[in-house]
Ligand binder design. Structure first.
Ligand SMILES: [Zn+2]
Length: 284
C-alpha cells in the first residue's frame, strides 16, 4: 500500500536493536536502559493531559515523557512506541506526533503511528522469544496472563500478539457496552466475525450485562452467535476479560471441521483508514 505503514521495516529495526543490546530473555528488555544506550534518550513520567506520551529530540540527547498513573504494561508500550519514532522517523517533527489523545488503541491511520506500534510490539514481545511460548496445548487467558507477566505487557497487547503468533485459528474482539469496536484475527482465520452488537447468547454479552454472575471461563458457544457463517466450523469457544472500566476483550477459538475442505471464500479487503491497536486488522 503506497504511503501505508512499513511493518517489515519496523519489525526489522526492533529486532536489530534487541540484538545490538544482547537481549536474550524477556526480563532483559529494560526499556530505560535500551533507550539510553541506543538513542541517548531519558525517560520521565509526568501528568499529561493531551497525549499518552511524547518525545523531544535533542542534539545530544532526547527526552521521552510518558503519562503518569498508567499501568506498567501500558507505560512500557508508550515508551516503546516513542522509541519507535526515534528509530524510524528521524526527520519528523516529534511534537507533531502522538499529539492527540485518541486513546491508546485508537490511533488513526497515520502510518507513523502504526509503524511505532509495530515497533513497540516487536520490541516488547519479540517474535523469536514470544512465539515458542504460545505453543502450549491449551489456549486461553491463563496462558496469555502468564505471558503478560513474563513480558511485562498489557493484557490487550499480549492477547493481540498471541492471536498473531499462536498456533490456533483465533481472533480478539474488543467491545464496550455490548458493541463491538474492533476485531483482530490471525492470518489463518478464515471466518467473518459478526460486527455491531454482541450476539444475544454470547457469554461476552452475558458478562457485559451481569458482570457479577457471568463466567470468565472458556466456554463453547454456537457459531452463529459470533460468525456470519458456520461453514467449515466444528466448534467455537470464547473467553473474556474486562479491561478498564468499560472494555471487554474476548478471544474466540474456532476449530475447523476436518471433513470440510478449505472453501476459498475471500475476506473483505481491509479498510486502509482504520487500524486496530497493533495496526494490523482493520474494522471499527
Ligand atoms: Zn506516536
Amino acid at each position: 500500500m503506497i504511503g501505508g505503514p512499513d511493518q517489515n521495516r519496523a519489525l526489522r529495526e526492533a529486532l536489530a536493536l534487541l540484538k545490538r543490546c544482547g537481549v536474550e530473555k524477556p526480563e532483559e528488555i529494560d526499556l530505560e536502559l535500551i533507550a539510553w544506550h541506543a538513542f541517548k534518550a531519558l525517560v520521565q513520567e509526568r501528568p499529561l493531559s493531551h497525549c499518552n506520551a511524547r518525545v523531544v529530540r535533542g542534539h545530544l540527547r532526547s527526552l521521552i515523557t510518558v503519562a503518569s498513573g498508567t499501568s506498567r504494561g501500558r507505560r512500557r508500550f508508550n515508551i516503546a512506541h516513542e522509541m519507535g519514532h526515534l528509530a524510524l522517523h528521524p526527520n519528523m517533527n516529534q511534537l507533531a506526533l502522538c499529539s492527540v489523545k485518541e486513546g491508546f488503541w485508537q490511533y488513526r491511520a497515520r502510518p507513523e503511528e502504526a509503524e511505532a506500534n509495530f515497533f513497540a510490539a516487536e520490541l516488547l514481545m519479540p517474535e523469536p522469544l514470544f512465539s515458542p511460548r504460545c505453543q502450549a496445548e491449551k489456549p486461553g487467558f491463563d496462558l496469555i496472563e502468564n505471558l503478560a507477566g513474563e513480558f511485562a505487557t498489557s493484557l490487550t497487547a499480549t492477547a493481540l500478539r498471541y492471536v498473531e503468533h499462536g498456533p490456533w485459528d483465533c481472533c480478539a474482539v474488543w467491545s464496550q457496552n455490548g458493541n463491538i469496536h474492533w476485531i483482530s484475527t490471525s492470518e489463518s482465520f478464515r471466518w467473518k466475525v459478526r460486527e455491531g452488537r454482541l450476539g444475544p447468547s454470547t457469554y461476552a454479552l452475558d458478562f457485559t450485562e451481569n458482570p457479577g454472575e457471568a463466567t470468565l471461563l472458556q466456554k463453547e458457544v454456537a457459531a452463529p452467535q459470533w460468525l456470519e457463517s458456520d461453514r467449515g466450523v466444528a466448534r467455537v469457544r470464547e473467553q473474556s476479560r474486562p479491561i478498564g472500566a468499560e472494555g471487554l476483550l474476548t478471544l474466540l477459538w474456532v476449530e475447523a471441521d476436518p471433513g470440510e475442505e478449505w472453501w476459498g471464500e475471500e475476506q473483505d479487503e481491509p479498510d486502509p483508514e482504520h487500524f486496530t491497536p497493533d495496526g494490523r486488522r482493520k474494522r471499527w
